[in-house]
Design a protein around this ligand. Structure first.
Ligand code: SAM
Ligand code: DTB
Ligand code: SF4
Length: 331
């Protein structure tokens, strides 16, 4: 039995052998959360949130794109895939000094973690040399470090750890059963394999997904179950609302109902009580009232920067004003 066969409601998949984790959350059990009356679900999620965190504190990460566009992969949602004609302009790997300058600004602004994202299928050795230098220098500023570089090969996670990496972001993105509808150039099992390499190297896992890509409620429940059943669950769980990008296959995807998004945040909080649940992409189009509901339901982390990788974020001025109104403080 491999690591994940016991915990996913899917047939066994090929991953490297480690001790099997006990199945905790079946898809049906998570789906039952989604089916609760909303007030009961919010009440339960908030109780779990209060038992594990101060509900008035939110973690802030800044995000920067260190290499933009021209990606070989065909992820249907992404502005950076070379397969689609989008407005995103390609930019090569940034200079280390420019990244460090951005990290200093983010720190001065209040971010505690600096996330660096690259539009790669996976990093090559030459690129690893530059990225590990970025990690070293950002870490030396006293910030937590996070990178998202795509699929890793054996040994690369150890190189990142050695440079001082705290978190690796690698999203499952969607239910294993829905994955091939959106991406054909790599598989859900590839994602699990990279997460496994990262975990074995002693780096904390940041993994979540995107909602509003045409998936069903059961797919959303399955995504939450698959994340919760990782052993251990991710330390950080970004929940992205699809930002529809003109030129991509999902450009005209129907916007997910807000209450369904909220239910997913609540289900993630209940299924992963000790994880930071990040209200991620899509905040720029959410009202203040809706964001407040998401924080009540258990979201306790945000991207605190004016831009995500290529798309706009809510913006630090707006966030500071909202947090003031809600009496939320940053950690
Ligand atoms: N190439 C690496 C990878 O795929 O893991 C790292 C960068 S990739 C852009 C990081 C994450 O951004 C994806 O896993 C996905 O969850 C998110 N993302 C990309 N495009 C998005 C969009 N249009 N709306 C919401 N989230 C998006
Ligand atoms: C994550 O889950 N969301 C971030 C981060 N991890 C790397 C990325 C969001 C990207 C939104 C679309 C864009 O900016 O291109
Ligand atoms: Fe490439 Fe990542 Fe975008 Fe997929 S999500 S196309 S792997 S940058």
């Amino acid at each position: 039995m491999n690591t994940f066969a016991a915990v996913l409601d899917t047939p066994p998949q090929t991953v490297s052998p480690v001790a099997p984790a006990p199945a905790k959350w079946s898809v049906s059990k998570v789906e039952a959360l989604f089916q609760m009356p909303l007030m009961d679900l919010l009440d339960r999620a908030h109780q779990v949130h209060k038992e594990n965190f101060n509900p008035n504190e939110v973690q802030r990460s800044a995000l920067i794109s260190i290499k933009t566009g021209g990606c070989s992969e065909d992820c249907s949602y992404c502005s950076q895939s070379a397969r689609y004609h989008t407005a995103t302009e390609r930019e090569g790997l940034m200079q280390v000094e420019d990244v460090v300058k951005a990290a200093k600004e983010a720190k001065a602004n209040g971010a505690t973690r600096f996330c660096m994202g690259a539009a790669w299928r996976g990093p090559k050795e030459k690129q690893m040399e530059v990225v590990t230098q970025m990690i070293r220098e950002v870490k030396a500023l006293g910030m937590e470090t996070c990178v998202t570089l795509g699929m890793l090969k054996e040994g690369q996670a150890e190189q990142l750890k050695e440079a001082g990496l705290d978190y690796y972001n690698h999203n499952l993105d969607t239910d294993s059963e829905f994955y091939a509808n959106l991406i054909t150039t790599h598989t859900h099992t590839d994602r699990l394999n990279t997460i496994d390499l990262v975990r074995r190297a002693g780096i904390k896992i940041c993994s979540g997904g995107i909602l509003g890509m045409g998936e069903s409620r059961r797919n959303r429940a399955a995504l939450v179950a698959q994340l919760a059943n990782l052993n251990p669950p991710p330390d950080s769980v970004p929940i992205n609302n699809l930002i529809p990008i003109p030129g991509t296959p999902l450009a005209d995807a129907e916007r997910l109902d807000n209450f369904e998004f909220l239910r997913t945040i609540a289900a993630a909080r209940i299924a992963m009580p000790k994880s930071y649940v990040r209200l991620s992409a899509g905040r720029e189009s959410m009202s203040e009232e809706f964001q407040a509901l998401c924080f009540f339901a258990g979201a306790n982390s945000i991207f605190y920067c004016d831009k995500l990788l290529t798309a706009l974020n809510a913006g630090t001025n707006r966030d500071a004003a909202l947090f003031e109104k809600l009496g939320l403080s940053f950690v």
